[in-house]
Design a binder for this molecule. Structure first.
Ligand SMILES: [Zn+2]
Length: 195
């Protein structure tokens, strides 16, 4: 890693920006400029669907060495995930700019897709993380038991990754760390309702 000209602090890496989201979609250039000014050297653009994964890859190609992409299907979108989209994602995971598999996981809090559809999409992405040896960008909400049970065998097969935006309890945090996963502590840390 490079140090900046002042040598004051190491460069920062932001591992999850939803550039495609409604809130950020029109702000890509100013966001990249502000990140650079703040010392953020690299950014991972999150893909949460086939379409947003393609956008993330396009952004990565337009900003080589600065922006990288994930490709995957968020549990909310699992209902529209099928064999065709899976095969399209497999092509994306071959790209060097795509450095992680996800955002994927389980979210039983709102069940925008059925738990069965979520598990099917998650299972496919877990297997691809093992096959591509790319880390997982993981989402888990109110689904710890199934999530942990599905992850355990792929972790044993060498998969690694980050449970981003962790909102579980202490035992869950310790279980993930015990598996060798990282957890992301994000803005929720300021939310009293989540402790
Ligand atoms: Zn998430």
């Amino acid at each position: 890693m490079n140090t900046d000209s002042k040598g004051a602090r190491p460069p920062l890496v932001d591992i999850g920006v939803n550039f495609h989201s409604a809130q950020l979609a029109s702000m890509t250039s100013p966001l990249l400029a502000r990140a650079k000014a703040a010392g953020v050297a690299q950014i991972l653009a999150t893909g949460t669907s086939l379409a947003s994964s393609r956008l993330a890859l396009d952004l990565a190609k337009a900003n080589p060495g600065v922006v990288f992409a994930t490709a995957g299907v968020h549990p909310h979108g699992a209902k529209s995930h099928d064999t065709a989209t899976f095969h399209e994602l497999i092509e994306l995971w071959k790209c060097p700019e795509v450095v992680a598999v996800g955002e994927c996981g389980l979210d039983y809090n709102r069940n925008f897709s059925t738990p069965q559809a979520q598990r099917t999409a998650f299972e496919q992405q877990l297997s691809m993380a093992v096959e591509t040896r790319k880390p997982l960008f993981l989402h888990c909400r109110d689904a710890f038991t199934d999530f942990h049970d599905m992850l355990a065998p792929v972790v044993a097969d060498g998969a690694r990754g980050v449970v981003h935006c962790f909102t579980g309890n202490r035992a869950e945090a310790e279980a993930f760390l015990e598996m060798g996963l990282d957890i992301g502590i994000t803005g929720w840390v300021t939310d009293l309702q989540r402790g």
